[in-house]
Design a protein. Structure first.
Lengths: 284, 313
């Protein structure tokens, strides 16, 4: 004979389990649906063709190249600035009102909707600096978008480096700069790397700000310099999904599979780094 | 407190180089402070751009017309710029996504904490976080081609673009945010608090509702506010699935337009500088920015408050 309390406990156990299963089922359903829809177009030609009015001939060459160029430039700008900011926060700034304000600023920037960064990019890079709808404008916009994520991840990694390691460097007579380069950053590297990979995953899927700064939907050439116009994978997908012809839905699904494959691999790498690092930390 | 002892423990020569408050900052410190000012510059630029264009727009349209007008018809004469239809459209997305994601997210957090062994948690939590890693344009595709037909099969009066399917996929998107934040908050509660309740003979549900939720309520509240803010600013899924029809409606099965999807629509039309359409982009962005900013600030203060709370348990 189970009491009311026991039945309530069982119900709680069941409903939390059901919620977790629902979450897993959502993922499985979304992936199964996309694979079902998207494998038809997924062949070698799909990677070699440019966008086309004919869904049979449409491909993602320009979008994939654009994504790679924009991403490389974004990282080249955002990673040094982000890590530098984090080191400045952790090692140079004393606790003060100003530090609190700067921290608040970074955590707020992390919460600003991505489209607002698009508005910033459009007004500042595209119009004010007159860099037009170029790869450079897009990359700078994305760099500002991902900067707070890099800063927050790097700060978390830096603050987990044990003080004993830093002091061992000082004990050997190292200056602050030497300590940072030889001890602090190498020891925080796993955390910094996983932060950077998270950022790559976010930047790869980001489309709203790039539409604002003018990623085109129809690019039939390979971009050659940072002043060229461009398109990226998610913007290309957006364009295909918003077309009325059902054939383009299948093309969109194929492009989505490519995008998701990249994102999943990146997520897996971060998870592995995070879990390995958590084990290593327990050994100190 | 902690930083004081840290500074005292560092060797004297490094202390001289530590702070900018000292007379001679090193070159590295100067360069790094320049890097750190990029974030400040970004915030100032956003604030300046939005407020300057927003005030021009308000002077032209009138604040009463903008904030209380019931029609948003920027592309057709006579133009009207009342933000209410866009706001209700956005509210629909926020409400639908939150009603789905908050209860399910909290329950998943409870499952991860109470019933799921360490090994299962190691793969279950990251797998669930995939939901947050999927690009939003993918959710837009799923909403248009999968969720909407499903809803339509059940409720045939559903329009092709509707708030319901867009709101649901935004709910999928923010689900891991809530479950992860709740789970992290639960695991920060000292073990003895929970064990004490179990020792008194409480069942897991009684421990969860009676003890743990009481301890982490501000954190859960902050998680909810953060996800509200994310749903408010969500763009691509909503642009694809919810339609482009500014609509002051009580029916979530109708086509609507959100603030974000208006910004996308107007900027894709390539509005030249100086036109009223162009200023309206900034006006919509202004509302979006200040609403999400205040939500984030509320969440931030609640999280800070909680940090003090848990350590005192």
């Amino acid at each position: 004979m189970t009491s009311l309390r026991q039945r309530r406990a069982q119900f709680f156990r069941f409903i939390t389990w059901a919620a977790a299963i629902l979450g897993l089922l959502l993922i499985i359903a979304i992936f199964a649906y996309l694979i079902f829809k998207g494998t038809k177009h997924l062949d070698l030609a799909f990677f070699q063709n440019y966008a086309s009015r004919n869904p049979e001939k449409a491909g993602i060459k320009a979008a994939l190249l654009g994504t790679v160029y924009v991403l490389a430039l974004t990282l080249a700008i955002a990673v040094p600035i982000g890590i530098g900011t984090a080191v400045f926060f952790e090692e140079y700034l004393r606790p003060s009102k100003i530090k609190n304000l700067l921290e608040l600023n970074i955590s707020n920037l992390a919460g600003v909707p991505s489209i607002i960064f698009g508005v910033l990019g459009l007004s500042f890079f595209v119009r004010f600096l007159a860099w037009e709808r170029s790869i450079l404008s897009g990359a700078l916009t994305l760099a500002i978008l991902v900067l707070p994520v890099i800063v927050i991840a790097t700060r978390a990694a830096l603050s987990q480096v044990p003080r004993t390691i830093k002091e061992s460097a000082y004990a050997l007579g190292a200056t602050k700069e030497q300590m940072i380069w030889s001890h602090l950053i190498p020891n925080a590297l796993p955390g910094i790397c996983s932060g950077v990979i998270i950022v790559v995953g976010r930047a790869i899927g980001e489309s709203a700000p790039l539409i604002m700064v003018g990623a085109l939907s129809f690019v039939a050439y390979t971009p050659e310099s940072i002043w060229d116009s461009f398109t990226v994978l998610p913007v290309q997908i957006f364009n295909w999904v918003s077309r009325p012809q059902p054939e383009f839905q299948a093309v969109a699904a194929s492009a989505i599979l490519v995008l998701l494959a990249i994102v999943i691999v990146l997520t897996a790498i971060t998870t592995i780094i995070r879990q390995k690092f958590a084990k290593k930390k327990a050994n100190y | 407190m902690k930083s004081k002892t840290k500074a005292a423990a560092e060797p004297a020569h490094s202390r001289k180089r530590t702070g900018l408050a000292f007379r001679k900052p090193s070159i590295t410190a100067v360069i790094l402070s320049l890097f750190a000012s990029v974030g400040v510059f970004a915030t100032c630029a956003i604030l300046y751009i939005i407020t300057s264009e927003f005030s021009v727009f308000l002077n032209h349209i009138g604040a009463v017309e903008f904030f209380f007008g019931r029609h948003w018809e920027p592309f057709m004469e006579p133009r009207s710029f009342g933000i209410l239809p866009l706001l209700t459209g956005t509210m629909w997305i926020v409400v639908i996504s939150t009603v789905f994601a908050v209860p399910v997210g909290i329950l998943i957090g409870a499952y991860l904490h109470h019933f799921c062994g360490r090994k299962r948690g190691l793969w279950l939590k990251p797998s669930l976080e995939i939901l947050a890693a999927i690009p939003t344009v993918v959710y837009g595709f799923v909403a248009v081609t999968l969720i909407t037909p499903l809803i339509k099969g059940w409720l045939p009066e559903t329009e092709i673009f509707n708030a319901m399917s867009a709101g649901l996929v935004v709910g999928f998107m923010i689900l891991p945010t809530i479950s992860t934040l709740v789970h992290d908050a639960l695991s920060e509660i000292p073990k003895r608090v929970r064990e004490g309740a179990f020792a008194l003979g409480a069942y897991p549900n009684e421990v969860f509702y009676g003890v743990e939720m009481a301890a982490i309520r501000p954190r859960v509240f902050a998680a909810v506010i953060l996800s509200l803010s994310r749903a408010f600013g969500e763009t691509m899924a909503v642009t694809l699935a919810a339609g482009a029809h500014p609509n002051l409606t009580w029916n979530p099965l109708e086509s609507i337009q959100t603030i974000t999807s208006y910004i996308v629509q107007a900027s894709m039309g390539d509005a030249p500088h100086g036109t009223i359409i162009n200023s309206s982009i900034y006006a919509a962005s202004g509302v979006l920015f200040f609403v999400t900013l205040s939500l984030n600030l509320i969440a931030y203060t609640w999280i800070k408050r909680q940090k003090i709370g848990i350590s005192q348990l």
